[in-house]
Write a protein that binds this ligand. Structure first.
Ligand SMILES: Nc1ncnc2c1ncn2[C@@H]1O[C@H](COP(=O)(O)OP(=O)(O)O)[C@@H](O)[C@H]1O
Ligand SMILES: O=P(O)(O)OC[C@H](O)CO
Length: 513
């Protein structure tokens, strides 16, 4: 975050504040009219692993942290709430929470997007209801990644919850809903809403009508009474009540990857961004109609501004990229910091014949194979830890290449250039490798915090702080660009080897495992 000041560098207001409720932390960033960062505050929350494959968050801890980082960001900016014209929300997607409407108490920890406890339920639903039905109506494959099966698990496993839900005493929401409900008063009249982008990740929303799909709700046995109202991504949902933001309009909500698409100003059909963090998520704007994927991508809502037509996107989701670098550091001890992987990889000229496919929790796009597990292929006595470091970085690049290939097949659009953001983009070798394997330019903007920026932009549009998307485009500035240097025949050979290594990961987990 080299271009991210954490203390005040502001001129004069007014400002927009954005809250990013992420997988590992919550942060609040204050932006000025030029889309520049004025201040940042951030706090991590506990990752709870009750069993192998289970991942939970304490939603009460998260709400406390959100309030703290909002106060912290305003304090660091040296501004008062009166200087803040609107607040925008962005969030880790799919993570599922149910809470008591009367007390505001969660009935269980939030079940995080990475949690695989509903694998067996998804297989059963696939047999009984059929995979195709879900993909046709929601744009998503039936997988434990999404919220719907997690809601069903809670209803089946928290004692008495189904009866209370049917009596209308319980609310369900992804983290946007939880934060907005609490911000706007909680038990004292909080609004229970979500936006179309978050709703499009639940496996419960009809992608064509943008409403909860009654047939799918009934297949999953989820009572409609628990569901939030689906609203656009940029409109005033209500005013903050109490706390430091009292009276400020809460004016946007976008899932974090859609917010990054918005923050990167990918407003035209065919424009795409890829965010390199714990995992990697590439989204391409496909315009006003949902494009069906026949190549393993997700069809999702990109954004909807007020009562304008929705904009759809194709998404390639990769579960493990930055977390593989963390694994090299924490589990293998081969590097001391994430940044050191670049130095180690640069100490050799190539991968020495080694290919690392990090299918740690199966493979997401384009394969959606929960039976795959990680593989290092091509090992000989020649291979050193430096070659493995190269293979680790190349894994992120090749996984992206597989997704861009699928995007081109599904959309018919050849990638002209890829806009990137996220923690891994500080790695120059990775960015060069990415450009080499994609055979396309890779560009990084000045403001790397595109997720918060996107939420701020949407909130600012909703309250007239910015007039239109053209004004936002004018704020986008390039900080760095990488162009391809690899020979075409080397690219072909390496891609073939990568795909061979991917095949080695398949069918590792047997049905009885
Ligand atoms: N220089 C680097 N080279 C490779 N990976 C890096 C580097 N710096 C950070 N990372 C990886 O990027 C991730 C953090 O990026 P970030 O965008 O903050 O992720 P998230 O929003 O998912 O928490 C970590 O998984 C870390 O291992
Ligand atoms: O919070 P992040 O940045 O890890 O993003 C998580 C994604 O929204 C999961 O779909």
């Amino acid at each position: 975050m080299s271009d991210t000041p954490t203390t005040a560098s502001h001129g004069h207001g007014p400002f927009i504040a954005a809250i990013d409720q992420g997988t590992t932390s919550s942060r609040c960033i204050v932006f000025d009219k030029d889309g520049r960062i004025v201040s940042v505050d951030q706090k991590e929350h506990e990752q709870i692993f009750p069993k192998p494959g289970w991942v939970e968050h304490n939603a009460t801890e998260i709400w406390t942290n959100v309030q703290e980082v909002v106060a912290g960001a305003l304090d660091k900016a040296g501004i008062t709430p009166a200087d803040v014209k609107a607040i925008g929300i962005t969030n880790q997607r799919e993570t599922t929470l149910m809470w008591d409407k009367a007390t505001g108490e969660p009935v269980h920890n939030a079940i995080v997007w990475q949690d695989t406890r509903t694998d067996a339920l998804c297989k059963e639903l696939g047999r009984n209801v059929g995979q195709d039905r879900f993909r046709r109506e929601t744009g998503l494959p039936l997988a434990s990644y999404f919220s719907g099966p997690k809601v069903r698990w809670l209803l089946d496993n928290v004692e008495g919850l189904r009866e209370r839900a049917e009596r209308g005493e319980i609310l369900f929401g992804t983290m946007d809903s939880w934060v907005i409900w609490n911000l706007t008063g909680g038990v004292d009249g909080g609004v229970h809403v979500t936006d179309v982008t978050n709703a499009s990740r639940t496996l419960l929303m009809n992608l064509h009508g943008l409403h909860w799909d009654e047939k799918i709700l009934s297949s999953l046995e989820i009572p409609a009474a628990v569901l939030p109202e689906i609203r656009s991504s940029a409109e005033v949902y209500g005013l903050a009540k109490g706390g430091v933001l009292d009276g400020i309009p809460v004016a946007s909500a976008l899932g974090d990857q859609q917010a990054a698409l918005f923050g990167q100003t990918c407003f035209s059909e065919g424009e795409a961004k890829s965010t390199y963090g714990t995992g990697t998520f590439m989204l391409m704007n496909t315009g006003g109609t949902p494009v069906n994927s026949y190549n393993g991508l997700l069809t999702t809502v990109g954004y909807r501004i007020g009562d304008q037509d929705p904009v759809y996107a194709l998404e390639g989701s990769i579960a493990v990229t930055g977390s593989l670098v963390q694994w090299m550091r924490d589990q293998m001890g081969l590097i001391k910091s994430a940044a050191e992987i670049e130095t180690l990889a640069l100490s050799v000229e190539d991968n020495g014949g080694a290919y690392f496919v990090p299918a740690f929790s199966g493979l997401f796009a384009p394969y959606w194979r929960s039976d795959a597990r990680g593989v290092i292929a091509g090992l000989t006595r020649y291979v050193t830890k430096a070659h493995i470091a190269r293979a680790v970085l190349e894994a992120t690049a090749w996984q992206t290449r597989e997704i861009t290939d699928a995007m081109t097949k599904d959309s018919g659009v050849e990638l002209a250039a890829l806009k990137v953001d996220g923690g891994m983009t500080s790695n120059n070798l990775l960015m060069q490798t990415l450009s080499d394997v994609l055979d396309a330019p890779v560009v990084r903007p000045m403001v790397a915090e595109t997720t918060c920026l996107g939420a701020a932009y949407a909130a600012g549009l909703a309250v007239g702080f910015w007039p239109d998307t053209d004004a936002l485009r004018a704020n986008w500035r390039r900080a760095a660009e990488w162009t391809p240097r690899m020979d075409a025949d080397v690219r072909e050979r390496e891609y073939k080897n990568w795909l061979k290594a991917v095949q080695r990961t398949m069918s590792w987990i047997d049905e009885e495992d």
